[in-house]
Design a protein around this ligand. Structure first.
Ligand code: HEC
Length: 191
């Protein structure tokens, strides 16, 4: 009994110390204050395990269809380059200050199923958004298809592919953009 009492006292004391540290504000939440190596490792393994266990049901479609790649390039150029760069870009002002730093997707082609899951759901406590909130699976697969080609793509080819990117993206935002007060709401909107 006495032993149990001591154990409880130690646990309560440890929790009180932890709560004190948590409340004290001594933890530096700044994006320019890197994690300890051990914290970064723990988060890295948590991220890997979490994603790996969620890939089972994902069926990768045919990704070498040029129409899909062109559509993916348009979405990518409108939403992703400030963080992940594009052919011909070496860095961006946004990317330099992010923590964790977004990988340069111009350097490697990510695993398709994993990329699909990450693009759709995002990654908590990082700057990676959940694009599934605004883009359906077909559009996400288009971006995955484009990402398979990007590392070997020249800047010229990228500019050709994305020449009409704004029109493709504008099509997506019809429902998400509120109508201007003096403009009639879009007739086709059912939301
Ligand atoms: C505001 C910055 C930001 C934007 C915009 C952004 N991402 Fe990310 N993305 C990140 C960060 C940060 C990570 C790394 C997260 C981590 O490792 O915890 C990431 C990770 C990824 C990965 C995983 C790469 C790997 O390690 O295999 C993919 C794929 C990806 N992003 C695709 C995209 C696509 C496609 C878009 C555009 C639709 C996009 N991202 C837009 C910040 C961003």
């Amino acid at each position: 009994m006495r032993c149990l009492g001591k154990l409880v006292a130690v646990v309560v004391l440890a929790l009180a110390v932890l709560a004190g540290w948590w409340w004290s504000g001594s933890y530096d939440i700044g994006a320019d204050a890197p994690h300890w190596k051990v914290t970064a490792r723990l988060i890295g393994v948590l991220r890997e395990r979490s994603i790996d266990t969620r890939l089972a049901g994902i069926k990768v479609p045919q990704l070498d269809d040029p129409t899909l790649v062109t559509e993916g390039a348009a979405h990518y150029s409108e939403m992703c380059t400030q963080c992940h760069l594009a052919p011909g870009m070496t860095d961006s002002e946004t990317r330099a200050g992010l923590y964790p730093q977004p990988p340069k997707l111009t350097k490697f082609a990510p695993d398709p199923a994993e990329a699909f899951w990450i693009i759709k759901h995002g990654i908590k406590m990082s700057a990676m958004p959940a694009w599934g909130k605004t883009h359906d699976d077909q559009k996400i697969w288009a971006m995955v298809a484009y990402l398979q080609q990007q590392p070997k793509m020249s800047a010229e080819r990228y500019h050709q592919l994305t020449a009409h990117a704004a029109e493709v993206e504008d099509g997506d935002h019809q429902d998400a953009t509120p109508a201007m007060p003096d403009m009639p709401a879009p007739a086709a909107s059912t939301h």
